[in-house]
Write a new protein. Sequence first.
Lengths: 160, 133
Amino acid sequence: MTLYGDLDEISTIPPPTSADRRPEHNDTCVTHEIRAEEDLLSARHAVREATLRAGFGLVDQTRIVTAASELARNAYVHGGGGTLTIELVQQTGRQGLRISVSDDGPGIADLDAAFTDGYTTGAGLGHGLGGARRLMDEFDVTSAPGRGTTVTAVRWSGPR
Amino acid sequence: MTGGPRGGVPILRLGDVLVTGLLNELDDKSAIAFTEELTERIVDDRARGVLIDISRLDLIDSFVARTLMELTTTARLLGARVIVAGMRPAVAITLVELGLQLSGVETTLNAEQGLRALGWEKAPAPPTERGVS
């Protein structure tokens, strides 16, 4: 076996991610496909687990998982499915959890209306988007008709 | 498993009261199946009251909230009073922030208070061994 062969073999081994070794640091990133109804449940489990790893208390855990559940359901019901990404993030000593939900659905034509409690184009209560925003510290929606929707939300631990 | 609980939790009958609960692993299908089964049981058992224990539920999102509100309304139209018991404090805080007050849904702190509200009193303590000659 040549030296180059050895190197090739080594290079095919994926580098250990920080998720494997140091889950308390950032760049931990998990992605979940939301294609079927069952995926909503597994997405919730993944978010719950991440909140535990980030050290959130019980109320914050519940807030974050509930917000994620609303966003994942929006992507499933209105966007025809999508992707949920969970990231542990850090900022000036604070630990945070970022959840992003993207779909390739029809997009949201009127964002202001979508944030209004009671506004719904589906069969829900119309509290999903506005409610999820209240449960998180940072909340950003990117959407345009025909271009899908991406919601990114962060909750920070500690005093706010 | 024919006749098994479709919503995951058995529905017990105590006199004219049905007692059941929701589990934390509630997906949409289970929630809908639960609603249908409970509605049928209210009619079949001529129930006047329904106690739903939610102390195992670690999350109520807008879907579960809607399920509980619709279930309560449907039961009321069938002449039964629904009490939702045992909501966890973290769930209550989150629900309020989410903007959902479960309007029209009667709640109690725990299942015992719920049963009492539905007419079931705490049984007297059983006689002790010493009292028996």
